[in-house]
Design a protein around this ligand. Structure first.
Ligand SMILES: [Zn+2]
Length: 338
């Protein structure tokens, strides 16, 4: 049994830089035709020069194995949100930019320079220009509250922004709760991404038995009932929901440490694991929409043409990829990329 996917897209991806970029970028390019590249480097991507130079490093990393022919893969670039980008600046960078990513200050890896307080007037210069230029806004929506409640507490902020800027497309990144999913129905201009790991795990898998540092991420995995509504949206290919892995590689020593870095590395296992899940629930027909078509419609993009053939055949997941431990390390998945 096989399944062919046309131009799969990962609408939330961390590729890092330097050696890590060289290590992980080819793994995403093997499975996907394109990805939204997150800008939280040190320092974050806030200028045209930094954005173009990062895009160039990504393209080089993907094609570094010169024995292979060039892989079609579009890095869809993003800027790190700042409240005072001018319209002129954004206009000048528009053709090279797919979205802008907003982080609340200090909420996740390298987000120290993010937004604190969500005063509409303060954010307005950038958000108005984005709205006019039709640049989508991606948000990591968590407050600084109690860890299990951070996302639900952020929903009113999503709603405030969605009402204040009705023409701005706002993407609620890596949603994990029923509260976020419900907000999609209340506002035309709200959309969402869902990760692979939040479709598979709950908090029990992270801390319910022995601590599993490689499943520790932000937002933290939630309750079974939250996972159930996420699964329902993904399996039914909710038209306002896209796949975005939030694959976030850290070296093993940063994960297996007293202060464990947040992030699950899923890039090499995504498509087999999604096929396994959609197959289990008899929804393989909807995988194309979840992993590509919805994103093309929402972002209005046409990715390079790329066919990925998945086969219902065992895939033994490696223990690590050059020192980075993937989700399902050492386990077997029921589907593989052929
Ligand atoms: Zn992320």
């Amino acid at each position: 049994m096989t399944l062919t996917l046309n131009s799969p897209l990962d609408m939330h991806l961390h590729l890092r830089d330097d050696d890590m970029l060289q290590n992980v970028a080819p793994l995403s390019a093997q499975s996907f035709a394109g990805a939204i590249i997150m800008p939280n480097l040190v320092p974050p991507i806030t200028t045209k020069e930094a954005l173009l130079s990062y895009k160039d490093r990504i393209t080089k990393a993907i094609n570094s194995n010169s024995s292979q022919k060039t892989t079609p893969f579009s890095p869809y670039m993003t800027l790190f949100f700042k409240p005072n980008y001018t319209k002129e600046f954004l206009q000048d960078i528009r053709d090279d930019l797919t979205a802008i990513k907003l982080y609340p200050a200090g909420i996740t890896t390298n987000s120290e320079g993010g937004v604190s307080g969500f005063d509409i007037d303060e954010l307005s210069p950038t958000l108005s220009a984005m709205s006019e230029l039709e640049i989508p806004l991606c948000i990591h929506g968590e407050t600084n509250g109690f860890v299990m409640d951070r996302e639900a507490e952020f929903v009113p902020i999503y709603e405030k922004l969605a009402s204040a800027f009705p023409d701005l497309k706002i993407i609620m990144e890596h949603i994990t709760t029923k509260e976020s999913l419900k907000a999609l129905d209340r506002f035309d201009n709200l959309y969402a991404t869902i990760t692979l790991h939040h479709l598979y795990i709950t908090l029990d898998d992270v801390v319910g038995g022995m601590l599993k540092p490689h499943l520790f991420c932000k937002p933290i995995a939630k309750r079974p009932k939250d996972r159930a509504v996420l699964l329902d949206a993904a399996l039914n290919a909710h038209p306002k929901v896209m796949f975005g892995s939030d694959s976030a590689p850290h070296p093993r020593h940063s994960k297996e440490a007293p202060g464990c870095a947040a992030g699950v590395f899923t890039a090499p296992v995504i498509l087999p694991a999604l096929a396994q899940l959609f197959d289990k629930y008899n929804r393989l027909d909807n995988l194309q929409a979840f992993v590509s078509d919805n994103a093309c419609n929402i972002y209005n993009i046409t990715p390079p043409s790329k066919k990925i053939i998945l086969e219902k055949k065992q895939f033994k997941v490696p223990q690590e990829y050059n020192g980075v431990v993937p989700m399902f390390a050492g386990e077997s998945l029921g589907w593989s990329i052929s």
